[in-house]
Design a protein around this ligand. Structure first.
Ligand code: ATP
Length: 503
């Protein structure tokens, strides 16, 4: 699994998807740049989300709020007081870790052991193997499961009670070692605020302390009434937004899974108090459906319903995805009640209420939130798509089976050879198709090598112009996943590509 993750990271670099930020200065930890293909993939994911949330729902509108917000925002939201992570340092290596992540990683290792037992038993029993039954009856697996459950629930309880000594005790009891050096010499656990601070204004005395927003949601809450009044939307309605967020995360080599500067895609859905249960269910289902529509495999997703709830929530679940390092949170669905709007009313002294004509009464709406990390979604799509296939002739090919709708380049146009007028015809096809799709022209190397290059780049179609093209205006179109080739008319290309890449 570690190997797979390393391959993902090196492939992302080699094919122009993700670079370490400021690499020539040896990089900046947990900050990344999206390269020529990465920027396209990221934009396509963002557009796919925006289309599903804003364009397809007549009661959801999108906004783009500023990253800087009035500092009182973060008092009202609770981030000044409560946006803390428990940290622990290793005395020998001087490395700093999130205590809860160390404990979760310990549990993930036990979970990997369960997976191994399952794989072993599946092999032994063949068709007769029943996974559900095995998981609920096998003694060793049940022991592992019990260990995970008791560890996680003790951690959750200690964190909730802010009993940081017990978090440290747990790390020591489990004999968790520094992942880099193996040392078990830990300091006490301390809380650490994750917000980045900065200053607004020139002179030292009048400058105002600001934070870079740690989530996009608050930009929506403070604009709730402005949007409602100008859009004249009636409850239930939603406000969606995508944008950068910043957290001073303590990270241990997680690539773009956990970054210090990242992008969120959030939607706050404003509802009548008392209807939160049905909307919670609705949005859980709707969001899972969105993920499944990309065809990345049902087995790669699962819900994790939270038992321990944040101070603002009355129900919360994560959609977890099977990353190369195991199932981890990809998206959160939170029933936030009226916590945020009420807090902003209190701190601003302004009413943030909705007048319901049907009930002839005003109330502060409840909120259902869906919140997904764009970069994390990028990692999910990219890592799941990267595959190595054994071919019939005994060779292997590296292929990036990105969902076509998300692929950075939809088609590569290739003249079979660099003369006899073939490049000119290929260029004409590029000029024709580029109005509708991102396409590229490639004439370098033998055509087989060019196919492989496009496979690794995730391009769904290769279109080859050969000598027959000059006679009958047909080309060969090759499909990335099946490697099948068809002879088609140039004039049909647009429709063929459109059918595959349109949602
Ligand atoms: P985690 O427990 O992994 O730190 P979280 O529960 O703090 O995440 P939320 O505050 O609910 O996350 O944020 C919503 C989404 O934003 C997450 O599901 C995740 O996809 C994304 N996200 C949060 N923090 C980061 C980060 N540091 N880097 C990349 N994506 C992030």
């Amino acid at each position: 699994q570690d190997d797979k993750f390393k391959k993902v990271i090196s492939h992302a670099k080699e094919y122009g998807y993700v670079f370490q930020s400021s690499e020539i200065y040896d990089g900046l930890s947990a900050v990344y740049d999206y390269a020529q293909n990465g920027a396209e993939l990221k934009k396509n994911i963002r557009d796919y989300w925006w289309k599903a949330m804003v364009q397809m729902n007549e009661n959801i509108v999108g906004i783009d709020a500023a990253i800087f917000m009035h500092p009182t925002t973060w008092k009202a939201s609770g981030h000044v007081d409560a946006f803390n992570d428990p940290l622990i340092d290793n005395k020998d290596s001087k490395k700093r870790y999130r205590a809860d992540v160390l404990i979760e990683d310990y549990c993930a290792k036990i979970e990997a052991k369960i997976d191994k037992e399952v794989a072993k038993a599946a092999k032994r029993f063949g068709d007769a193997f029943n996974k559900e039954e095995f998981l609920s009856t096998n003694g060793r697996v049940l022991g592992y499961q019990e260990k995970i459950n008791s560890t996680l629930s003790r951690m959750a309880k200690s964190l909730e009670n802010e009993d940081l000594d017990d978090v440290k005790a747990l790390i020591e009891e489990l004999e968790i070692a520094d992942p880099l050096t193996g040392s078990k010499n830990w300091t006490d656990v301390k809380q650490f605020n994750l917000m980045f601070g900065t200053k607004l204004g020139a002179s030292a005395d009048s400058a105002m302390d600001l934070y870079l927003r740690p989530e996009t949601a608050q930009g929506i809450f403070v604009n709730f009434l402005n949007v409602q009044k100008t859009s004249r939307l009636k409850i239930p309605f939603g406000i969606a937004q995508t944008g950068k967020a910043f957290r001073n995360e303590i990270v241990a080599r997680q690539f773009i899974f956990r970054m210090r500067e990242f992008e969120q895609m959030e939607m706050q859905f404003f509802i009548k108090p008392g209807t939160q249960k049905e909307w919670y269910k609705h949005w859980k289902e709707a969001r899972l459906k969105w993920h499944l529509s990309l065809g990345m495999g049902e087995d790669n997703y699962r819900f994790h319903d939270h038992e321990k709830l944040a101070h603002y929530a009355d129900a919360a679940a994560d959609i977890e995805f099977k990353f190369p390092f195991g199932f981890k949170e990809l998206e959160g669905i939170h029933s936030r009640t009226d916590f945020d709007l009420k807090a902003h009313e209190e701190y601003s002294g302004k009413k943030l209420q909705y007048f319901d004509h049907e009930d002839n009464a005003s109330y502060t709406p409840y909120v259902l939130e869906t919140s997904i990390g764009l970069d994390r979604m990028f990692l999910a799509v990219f890592s799941n798509s990267l595959q190595e296939e054994e071919l019939e002739n005994g060779t292997t090919r590296t292929v990036l089976k990105l969902p076509s709708v998300l692929a950075p380049v939809k088609a590569a146009i290739l003249p079979l050879i660099k003369r006899d007028g073939l490049p000119e015809v290929a260029r004409e096809i590029v000029d024709e198709l580029k109005w509708d799709f991102n396409v590229i022209y490639d004439e370098k190397d033998a055509v087989g090598r060019r196919y492989r290059r496009q496979d690794a780049n995730g391009t769904p179609f290769c279109i080859t112009v050969d000598h027959d093209t000059l006679e009958d205006n047909t080309v060969t179109i090759r499909h990335r996943d099946s490697m099948e080739q068809q002879r088609v008319k140039i004039e049909d290309l647009r429709a063929i590509i459109k059918q595959e890449v349109d949602v």
